[in-house]
Design a protein around this ligand. Structure first.
Ligand code: NOJ
Length: 509
């Protein structure tokens, strides 16, 4: 299939999508079972969070073998059946590529520990300082020291995330050959594109100099909560996002010209400028930053993205994910935000369950296994809440997710769910269809005005028409709305809910 432009991408977190074995954990057959629902929304593609062999210390982002399916999810035959079913429904399939690091259980890392120096070069190992301390002051993104001692090698190794995720040396030729081969293997199976995990963290400065302290401005922008010590450093030596942009040319070469490629920008600093650098010709198609979800898509953030980017085609819009708390509130703001996202030009990533208006659930400490959540419990925003499994049926046992015990407790409000399934879900179908049929996704922004909490956006769509969308985030009534019938309005939904000044309507200009 041809490479998409501005696709609507539905993110599936496989552990939490649909269980078919009673294990309480989702699986590939479950995804196959629910693909009709996904295709019915009218999206162009699915992105699967990692399905590879993993001890799941970091929810699958700690990969042991990037070429094999974790048995918890199924088999390679299941995966081939998934590709066939998806393609039959007209859906592209994008896989996660976690290239920045492996699991510490990966054979390459284990061989390095056992003294294989060639494999040690796949990672970054350094002798201790004379006083036994780590080579420098680098910190990992979750806020731990970035160096862990290994007594067998009597050296430290570098990890930008958990100690169980040693960082790969992506400059090493052997590592590059292995990555190229693994990507080719997935393409040969019919995979249409890739999502690159933490693509802005790929390279470090080989001088291994200490990072300087963050200025107050950098401290505010570095990804992470303000209490995370990672935000106290300016990451000029442990992360070379600028050089990573050039590295994206390798990713394009390995994936092929017809693959849709998008990357995750975890660098809060200069997020939009980096997105532009990573999406120059011959690199990725788009990059997503945390600006929109961190600000729940507010008008000022949209304007800032429009002003700082050459084109929104190169920035994927999203509001929730397996890392980011769900943005659903179960009130009139949900359809307004959905419409705003559908109207905003560029790729759009919909996280599983947002079409059901799922809110962020509370979890008890004893239910949580995510190491990042536990590190700052209960003060971080928490990642595991957004991973609570999909409730497919408001009245069924186990919400029709599982016949067993779900791996995280599911306590969705059944009445809210029923309402959202009846109202919000069809609205998603309607607006994903309008976005595609009227050419909003591939449009250009021609005017973007923000007055307080009101966003007034005009786009020139690829169907040749101009559209104007007004989105009020609690601002109250529109000022001077266009006359005439709207193309679509979010306000017909949730009539029994107080709108609190949330409105969203699109007109043909
Ligand atoms: C981003 C992933 O989305 C997140 O879940 C993971 O913990 C980090 N990258 C490290 O792989």
């Amino acid at each position: 299939m041809a490479r998409s432009s501005a696709p609507a991408i539905y993110q599936i977190y496989p552990r939490s999508f649909q269980d078919t074995t009673g294990s309480g954990v989702g699986d590939l057959q479950g995804i196959i079972r629910r693909l009709d629902h996904v295709a019915g929304l009218g999206v162009d593609a699915i992105w699967l969070s990692p399905i590879y062999v993993s001890p799941m210390v970091d929810g699958g982002y700690d990969v042991v073998d990037h070429t094999a399916i974790d048995p918890r999810f199924g088999t390679m035959a299941d995966f081939e059946a998934l590709i066939e079913k998806a393609h039959g429904l007209g859906l592209h399939v994008y896989l996660d590529q976690v290239l920045n690091h492996t699991s510490d259980q990966a054979p390459w890392f284990q061989a390095a520990i056992d003294g294989d120096d060639e494999k040690a070069d796949y990672y970054l190992w350094r002798d201790p300082r004379p006083d036994g301390g780590p080579p420098n002051n680098w910190l990992a993104q979750f806020g731990l020291p970035a160096w862990k001692w290994n007594h067998k090698r009597r050296q430290y190794y570098f990890h930008q995330f958990l100690p169980e995720q040693p960082s790969l040396n992506l400059r090493c030729g052997s590592v590059q050959n292995l990555i190229a081969a693994q990507m080719k293997g997935w393409r040969d199976l019919g995979v249409d594109g890739f999502r690159f995990d933490v693509v802005t963290a790929f390279l470090w400065d080989e001088s291994l100099k200490d990072n300087p302290p963050a200025t107050p401005e950098v401290h505010r922008k570095v990804a992470g909560e303000v209490f995370n010590p990672y935000t106290y450093q300016d990451h000029v030596y442990d992360m070379l996002p600028g050089d990573g942009a050039t590295y994206a040319e390798n990713l394009r070469k390995w994936a092929g010209d017809d693959a849709y490629l998008f990357g995750e920008n975890t660098s809060g600093n200069s997020s939009i400028e980096l997105a532009m650098a990573f999406t120059e010709p011959g690199r990725l198609d788009s990059v997503y930053t945390t600006d929109l979800p961190e600000n729940r898509g507010n008008p000022a953030t949209v304007k800032d993205m429009v002003d700082r980017s050459d084109s929104l085609q190169r920035i994927a819009g999203w509001l929730s994910s397996h890392d980011q708390p769900r943005h659903g509130r179960g009130d009139a703001s949900d359809p307004v935000l959905a419409l705003q996202m559908a109207f905003l030009p560029g790729p759009w990533i919909i996280y599983q369950g947002e079409e059901y208006g799922l809110p962020q659930p509370d979890l008890a400490r004893e239910d949580v296994s995510d190491p990042l959540d536990l590190l700052y419990w209960p003060d971080g925003p928490g990642r595991e809440g957004a991973r609570v499994p999909m409730p497919w049926d408001a009245v069924a046992d186990g919400y029709a997710f599982t016949a067993g015990t779900p791996w995280l407790p599911m306590n969705w409000d059944r009445a809210d769910l029923q309402r959202a399934q009846a109202q919000l879900s069809p609205f998603y179908r309607q607006i994903v269809g309008l976005r595609r049929d009227l050419g909003w996704g591939t449009a250009k922004v021609t005017e973007c005005t923000v007055i307080g909490d009101l966003l007034d956006l005009t786009i020139c769509a690829t169907n040749g028409y101009t559209y104007r969308g007004l989105f009020s985030h609690g601002a109250g009534d529109f000022r001077d709305p266009p006359t005439g019938d709207p193309v679509v309005t979010a306000n017909v939904l949730c009539p029994n809910l107080v709108s609190k000044g949330w409105y969203g309507t699109v007109w043909k200009a």
